[in-house]
Write a protein that binds this ligand. Sequence first.
Ligand SMILES: CC(C)(COP(=O)(O)OP(=O)(O)OC[C@H]1O[C@@H](n2cnc3c(N)ncnc32)[C@H](O)[C@@H]1OP(=O)(O)O)[C@@H](O)C(=O)NCCC(=O)NCCS
Length: 196
Amino acid sequence: MDPLTAIAWPLRTERLRLRRAVASDAEPTWTWRRLPEVAEWITRAPGDVETYRAQFTDAARLASLLIVELHDPGRPGEAGLPIGDIMVRVEDGWAQDEVAEAARGTQAELGWTFHPASQGRGYATEAVRAAIGACFEPLGLRRVHAGCFAANEPSWRLMERIGMRREEFSRATALHRSGVWMDGMNYGLLAEEWTP
Ligand SMILES: CC(C)(COP(=O)(O)OP(=O)(O)OC[C@H]1O[C@@H](n2cnc3c(N)ncnc32)[C@H](O)[C@@H]1OP(=O)(O)O)[C@@H](O)C(=O)NCCC(=O)NCCS
């Protein structure tokens, strides 16, 4: 079952539109995901667009990805331009065996990348807030969470701006492709902590 079908797409905010990703979004998302300053922090950084497209169009991955399009009244010439993507991967909460069924599909892991040309304007804050809002209502999830390298300050600052709570700071737990074991951070937010 595809949990995100319960949301009435697209989601609209003051300056943005969020819709589900389709296979043809491989090329637009590649325009920012291939850039070193974006690739540095994300899990996969293939060196060519063919490999990227094969990974991007994996059915499970595509089903959990949203595309953020610009609809900023202040930038009318760029209306509809894809500027970022947000992962919303619905998953099971941790549970003991006897109650595991009750924890199925109760939370979502989030992730995000935005084009550097569209950073520093609050678009990521606006878009991630909309995605989180949809996770709680209508999806009815009880928790969202996300992780990042501790050195990725823009990402954890985004989470703190949104009101996510730092749940973990771990020493040298995440191996960066540079070969360095880096510190990691995890943030979470419960439905009852969310202010729409
Ligand atoms: C993480 C990432 C999405 C954050 O982007 P961002 O541009 O810093 O976030 P926002 O779009 O919310 O913009 C916030 C900035 O815009 C400023 N801003 C301007 N207008 C704003 C507005 N209307 N509302 C909120 N912030 C606004 C804020 O002050 C803030 O700047 P600051 O950090 O200098 O204080 C971006 O750095 C990115 O894509 N990084 C590469 C990929 C990555 O690391 N992904 C996460 C892996 S864990």
